[in-house]
Design a protein around this ligand. Structure first.
Ligand SMILES: [Zn+2]
Length: 349
């Protein structure tokens, strides 16, 4: 996004705020359930080094929770879904859910205490291989390899004799999207080959999970825990033989180890199709979240729930501090609409 596009966008959000459009969208949100998608709450210097870019600072997250406490009723997803289709919520405020994907250490150490301080309960989707069994997430291994030596990553991905058709990645996002396009087994193999050259990726604060004890404390504290699969594969590329174990096993293990119900599932990378969502339903989950933005209304498919992505750069002022007009635009869906409109015009917003 260029600085000019950013200024135009901020102008739209401030105008929406001043003219009352934001209030109108807030009232409209009472028709359904708004789900916010977070991944990391990290101090600025760490967040800047997190290559996946899905991070907000503790200050900004705290200010957002304060704002939500004045504009919404924040509850876990499964509780929110029970109210869907019913009458307006208490005090007539829209229902908003705060969700976290993956199970990183900062979710328990930084985000949860801030939620607790605001008497809010969030929903944490845990990747069991990562949190319960200590296996680093594949995309964090990929990020670590790329930070270490992008040339080796590019050459391994494009270089081997049977992979002539794969082009060389030119940037980190290119490297990630090419890996995501690979069939599951191929992707595992590429990363194994890179690891043979560069050595195993090291654990750091950028890629560490919460402990099992911390996950138990979240559940005991009333936060909802959901499954985010065992190994965070792109489920649409996983074959029928493996799919049930990624879905059922992760939920069963979470229930057994954490001693809490696991009502929901969250598609890794947001990737799902009819086959995957049918398998999630068969595995016994009551709902599943995607990464598509929008308001969830009574007619929304419970296995294709929408979530609005909260990203540091789209919710802050130029100095990195909380911006109420921008956060409101993200929460009430204006940001997603502006992005869709901009894409249609061929502009990155
Ligand atoms: Zn994830």
């Amino acid at each position: 996004m260029s600085a000019r596009t950013g200024r135009v966008r901020d102008f739209i959000y401030r105008t929406a705020w001043i003219t009352g459009l934001s209030r109108l969208l807030e009232r409209r949100a009472r028709r359904g359930v708004t789900i916010l998608m977070y991944h990391r709450v990290l101090p600025r210097e760490l967040g800047d080094r997190y290559l996946h870019g899905l991070s907000v600072t503790p200050d900004v997250f705290g200010a957002q929770l304060q704002w939500l406490s004045e504009h919404a009723r924040v509850v876990p997803v499964s509780e929110a879904l029970e109210t869907m289709g019913g009458r307006a919520t208490s005090k007539g405020r829209p229902i908003v859910c705060v969700t976290f994907d993956d199970g990183y250490w900062d979710n328990a150490a930084i985000a949860a205490p801030l939620l607790d301080a605001h008497r809010m309960r969030g929903t944490f989707y845990i990747t069991t291989g990562f949190v319960l069994r200590g296996a680093m997430l594949w995309f964090d291994r990929a990020a670590s390899f790329w930070a270490q030596d992008p040339v080796v990553c590019a050459e391994v991905l494009a270089g081997s004799a049977d992979r002539k058709s794969v082009r060389k990645p030119g940037s980190f996002s290119d490297w990630m999207s090419l890996l995501k396009d690979e069939p599951e087994g191929e992707r595992v193999e590429v990363l194994r080959r890179v690891e043979r050259v560069l050595g195993a990726a090291e654990w750091t604060d950028l890629n560490r999970p919460m402990t099992v004890g911390e996950a138990r404390s979240l559940a005991a504290g009333g936060h909802e825990i959901g499954s985010h699969s065992v190994s965070h594969p792109i489920l649409t590329t996983v074959d029928d033989g493996v799919l049930p174990s990624e879905l059922r096993e992760s939920g069963d293990e979470l229930r057994r180890v954490l001693g809490c119900p696991i009502p929901g599932f969250c598609y890794p990378n947001g990737s799902s199709d009819q086959r995957v969502s049918a398998a999630v339903r068969e595995a016994g989950y009551a709902y599943a979240c995607t990464t598509k933005a929008g308001l969830n209304e009574p007619s929304t498919d419970l296995f294709a729930l929408r979530r609005n992505h909260v990203h540091q750069n789209t919710v802050t002022k130029a100095d990195g501090s909380h911006s109420a007009p921008s956060f409101a635009a993200v929460v009430w869906g204006l940001h997603a609409q502006v992005r869709r409109g901009a894409r249609r015009l061929g502009i990155a917003a």
